[in-house]
Design a protein around this ligand. Structure first.
Ligand code: AMP
Length: 216
């Protein structure tokens, strides 16, 4: 049982790190972005409300994501095995709401990993990112550093790759701005709690994995 948060700007590689952490620690991986995108695809009430924010690179209102997250944490897999939060919390209010929820349950977060990547590098990564459309796979490629063997096709499952609608230059810039304004204060928040470890994201995925392993 482990309870982890991975913090980092959009496109810093949180999702890729979560894939191996989830396997190695047998812990449920909860990405609020993935849950929201699923809701958009299924045109649920939540999805309809969230879509315009996501498309612009803005944050979805706190109350929507906080409810979504609490509901997810009530599921049995989280009760039995903990959680790995990816993309939540993104604001101080979300972090406080999470703490309040965990306090009520008498549980706490073991570690917050802060994955740091400079903005210029993030721009290059996001624009070159391709994601597998298969919800069971969601493999992430980079057209330069980690291209698929066949153009537009996932090596792992053969499904089509797509470019996330919010991975264009203008939206990425806006997402980075939002990150610095609203999410970066969480670094101080968790440092003061004594549970934050910063890892500098490396060009090669395996090098970052080694650094994350060292702090876990
Ligand atoms: P991600 O896949 O984590 O990059 O999330 C994609 C988009 O979903 C973000 O740009 C936000 O619009 C929205 N989103 C995901 N998680 C949150 C959150 N915790 N709070 C607010 N908006 C979120």
């Amino acid at each position: 049982m482990i309870r982890l948060i991975i913090l980092g700007a959009p496109g810093s590689g949180k999702g890729s790190q979560c894939k191996w952490i989830k396997e190695d620690y047998n812990v449920p991986h909860i990405s609020t972005g993935d849950i929201l995108r699923k809701n958009i695809a299924e045109e649920t009430k939540l999805g309809i409300k969230a879509k315009s924010f996501i498309d612009k690179g803005e944050l979805v209102p706190d109350e929507l994501v906080i409810d979504l997250l609490k509901n997810r944490l009530e599921e049995n897999d989280c009760k039995e095995r903990g959680f790995l939060l990816d993309g939540f919390p993104r604001t101080l209010s979300q972090a406080e709401a999470l703490d309040e929820y965990l306090n009520e349950k008498g549980i706490s977060i073991d570690k917050v990993i802060n994955l740091h990547v400079p903005d210029e590098e993030i721009m290059v990564r996001a624009i070159n990112r391709r994601t597998c459309e298969n919800p069971e796979c969601k493999e992430i490629y980079h057209l330069v550093y980690n291209p698929p063997k066949v153009d537009g096709v996932c090596d792992k499952c053969g499904s089509k790759l797509f470019t996330r609608k919010d991975d264009n230059e203008e939206t990425v810039r806006n997402r980075l701005h939002v990150y610095h304004e609203q999410t970066e204060p969480l670094i101080k928040y968790y440092t003061e709690k004594g549970i934050l470890a910063t890892v500098i994201g490396q060009e090669k995925f395996e090098d970052t994995v080694a650094l994350v392993k060292a702090v876990l």
